[in-house]
Design a protein around this ligand. Structure first.
Ligand code: PLP
Length: 405
């Protein structure tokens, strides 16, 4: 029998957020168990609603959304993206350099594929949102991981980035606010990374999909405001800030030293046209979303839903013997450290599987985020306060007797 084999391009590609642990949770669910899902940043199932005006605008325009749009997306929506970033202080933006997509995921794949040749290197954070590593590998490139340092609020280690730049390095990925750590980077740190990009002619991909989910009045800087000598690809979407992950709407914008990026922009244009256009009803949403208030603005306050859930999770986790964690400043994730010696942990995936089987709580192991040691896991604090509190108690109970192996 001659087997039908998947492309070798996929051999090195993984996405553990939907891997074996997730499959096990689905199996338990099919057997009738209720699973507490702290595994995925999908707000709607936890009772979060997108801004009502945005939803209404899609409904009102449904009849106008029946045909294909331009492959880059509706002009009026791209104009809204332009205004959004102009207000943040990014200069020299043109609507022709903005591309709308079916969620940011599609655009991450396209924007990386457009840049890389086989063997090219891209600097990707560790830990990362794992689609970035997957996208680089799928494009034939090498994902070179730079360290984000837990001892320094999970900020990127600039010396480590510098030491990993060589003649094959094409770009640096920055995820800010960060998934999975919840870090929000200072302007000074971003300036240092931009300086490196300037020196070595690197493209900066700045994934800013959580740029409205900020706590404790932390200041957020959009990386592309910091130089006109670097080519920036700024990426975002509706999934998180506007609580509408299911609409599958995202955008990318090329700015900065665009005179160096004419070929790259041609490539983006070609890839966008090959898939004709993104989902048109969702494109309409951008016009209202980016210009109106979003419901997350009040949720991130200390008394707001996300603010409270963050505090409960952080405090309860920090009180568990053998667990420590950095308080997140943005997004809705925590990336706690677990004492591997105390619990004899060799495999972080086994640890989350064991907890899933014992208490029907789904977490993601740290190595799923390209973190090298088995000593972290990610918690999504989207479920309500009471469920989160009970779940953290279950984790404390579980760990009070846990020994792996
Ligand atoms: N980038 C980051 C950092 C994310 O956390 C996510 C989703 O979790 C995405 C991109 C993809 O978002 P979407 O495809 O829903 O727009």
């Amino acid at each position: 029998m001659i087997m039908i084999l998947k492309s070798e391009r996929l051999n090195n590609v993984s996405y553990d957020l939907r891997g074996p642990v997730y499959e096990k949770a689905k199996e338990l669910e099919q057997q009738g168990h209720y699973i507490t899902k702290l595994n995925i940043g999908n707000p709607a199932p936890f009772g979060f609603d997108a801004p009502p005006a945005m939803v209404q605008y899609i409904i009102d325009n449904m009849h106008l959304a029946q045909g294909y749009s331009d492959h880059k997306g509706l002009l009026s929506s791209r104009e809204a993206v332009k205004r959004y970033y102009e207000k943040k202080g990014i200069a020299n933006i043109h609507v022709d350099d903005i591309f709308l997509g079916n969620g940011l995921s599609e655009l991450i794949m396209q924007s990386v594929q457009t840049l890389l040749n086989d063997g090219d290197e891209m600097l990707v954070p560790s830990p990362d949102y794992p689609l970035w590593t997957a996208a680089v590998r799928f494009a034939g490139g090498k994902a070179v991981h730079y360290l984000c340092d837990e001892e320094s609020e999970w900020f990127p280690d600039v010396a480590d980035i510098r030491s990993k730049i060589n003649s094959r390095t094409k770009a640096i990925v920055i995820i800010n606010p960060n998934n999975p750590t919840g870090a929000v980077y200072s302007k000074e740190l971003l300036q240092e990374i931009v300086q490196l990009a300037e020196e070595h002619n690197l493209v900066i991909f700045s994934d800013e999909i959580y740029d409205k989910i900020l706590y404790d009045e932390v200041e957020f800087t959009s990386t592309a405001t910091l130089s006109d000598k670097v080519v920036f690809v700024t990426l975002s979407g509706l999934s998180k800030n506007y609580l509408a992950a299911g609409y599958r709407a995202g955008w990318i914008m090329v700015s900065g030293a665009k005179h160096k990026a004419t070929s790259y922009l041609e490539g983006l244009n070609l890839l966008a046209s090959l898939r004709v256009c993104s989902n048109v009803p969702a494109q309409f949403a951008l016009q209202v979303a980016l210009e109106g208030p979003t419901t997350v603005d009040s949720m991130v306050l200390p008394t707001g839903r996300l603010g409270q859930q963050r505090t409960i999770c952080y405090e309860k986790l920090s009180a568990i013997p053998g667990i420590s964690c950095v308080k997140p400043k943005g997004a809705f994730y925590l990336f706690p450290k677990i004492d591997v010696k105390k619990f004899n942990i060799q495999s972080d995936q086994q640890f989350v599987l064991d907890f899933l089987e014992a208490h029907q709580v789904l977490l993601v192991h740290g190595s799923g985020f390209n973190w090298k040691q088995p000593d972290h896991f990610r918690v999504v604090y989207l479920p309500g306060a009471e469920e989160l509190s009970q779940t953290m108690d279950k984790l404390a109970l579980f760990l009070s007797t846990y020994q792996q192996g």
